[in-house]
Design a binder for this molecule. Structure first.
Ligand code: NAP
Length: 277
């Protein structure tokens, strides 16, 4: 049976938002999918249309695009909070990034909004290797990346979505900041080894310098803004020692361990994600 409470999920076609929306809908919640394709549409570049999406809603999951670290994100979150207050929302859950100073400024806007909130600070997603920027190189069998020494506690978006769906609905998680990581630290080389074993493919990994990687992206005509973001993430986030730490917050919220990269790799290999067409 459907509840009569409306919950807005922003980024509802994205890596975490679509899973959050599915979980909530399976529990009978009335989900308003925030997407440029929805009706009414939600576009981060059209704040004048946001109140139509938020009207009548009680709670909201905020997944910003492309990243809370980019110029303009802080102003967008400030404006969103203003609209959320005007529309009477009672709970906000913000997806943030671990170790991003700019993202922490956005968190402060949510924390000082006067609305109940939970901040979910996630480490890099497993899904960056299955549905995002690392996938084409993996499919080619030849991966070259900088910061080969960096160790990352990759987290699965299944776990992020499960945490978000829970904290969004339960008051005991109000005013909390949760740090979500997977159970293991992995270098890029180890990630490629896991994917190669799971998919039965040969994937080579070559460590390269950041300038060489950037010029490779430029040759591939990757958008300038995206290159800026990659450069930021590879320097500010990957090199921050605090980010190479495991957190117990997924266990604290869900009462179970986070999904290991090996399990994720097995599931994706079975789906044919890394099988070239
Ligand atoms: N990826 C990671 O490892 C990671 C780690 C920690 C935190 N985060 C945070 O997670 C958030 C999402 O990042 P993501 O890269 O994983 O992306 P994502 O959730 O997969 O988001 C992609 C979605 O963004 C929507 N979108 C694109 N442009 C938009 C616009 N102008 N207005 C509204 N929606 C727009 C698109 O939906 P429609 O086409 O339906 O509009 C698309 O489905 C970011 O804030 C990031 O900082 C990511």
């Amino acid at each position: 049976m459907k509840t009569n409470r409306k919950i807005v999920v922003l980024g509802a076609n994205g890596k975490t938002g679509r899973k959050v929306a599915e979980i909530l809908e399976s529990r009978g919640e009335d989900v308003v999918r925030g997407s440029r394709q929805a009706s009414p549409p939600f576009d981060w570049h059209q704040p004048e249309a946001w109140s139509k999406v938020l009207r009548g809603a009680e709670r909201m999951y905020i997944s910003y695009h492309p990243d809370l670290a980019v110029p303009g994100a802080l102003e967008a979150i400030e404006k969103l909070v203003e609209v959320a207050r005007a529309e009477g929302l009672q709970k906000l859950v913000l997806l943030s990034g671990k170790g991003e100073k700019e993202a922490e400024l956005c968190e402060q806007v949510i924390i000082n909004s006067g609305i109940d909130y939970t901040i979910v600070r996630a480490s890099w997603f497993n899904q960056n290797f299955s549905e995002s920027f690392f996938l084409p190189a993996i499919l080619s069998g030849d991966v070259a990346l900088p910061m080969a020494q960096a160790k990352v506690p990759y987290v699965d978006t299944d776990d992020i979505a499960a945490v978000v769906a829970k904290v969004l609905m339960e008051a005991e998680h109000n005013d909390q900041i949760y740090e979500l990581t997977g159970p293991r630290l992995l270098t890029f080389q180890q990630v490629m080894e896991e994917i190669a074993v799971a998919s039965g493919r040969s994937i080579s990994f070559t460590p390269i310098s950041l300038p060489a990687y950037i010029s490779m992206l430029e040759d591939l005509r990757v958008e300038k803004d995206f290159i800026w973001l990659i450069q930021y993430l590879f320097t500010e986030v990957l090199l921050e020692p605090k980010n190479a730490m495991l957190s117990a917050d997924i266990r604290k919220v869900l009462g179970r361990s986070p999904k290991d990269f090996r399990q994720f790799a097995k599931e994706q290999a079975a789906l044919g994600t890394w099988t070239p067409q």
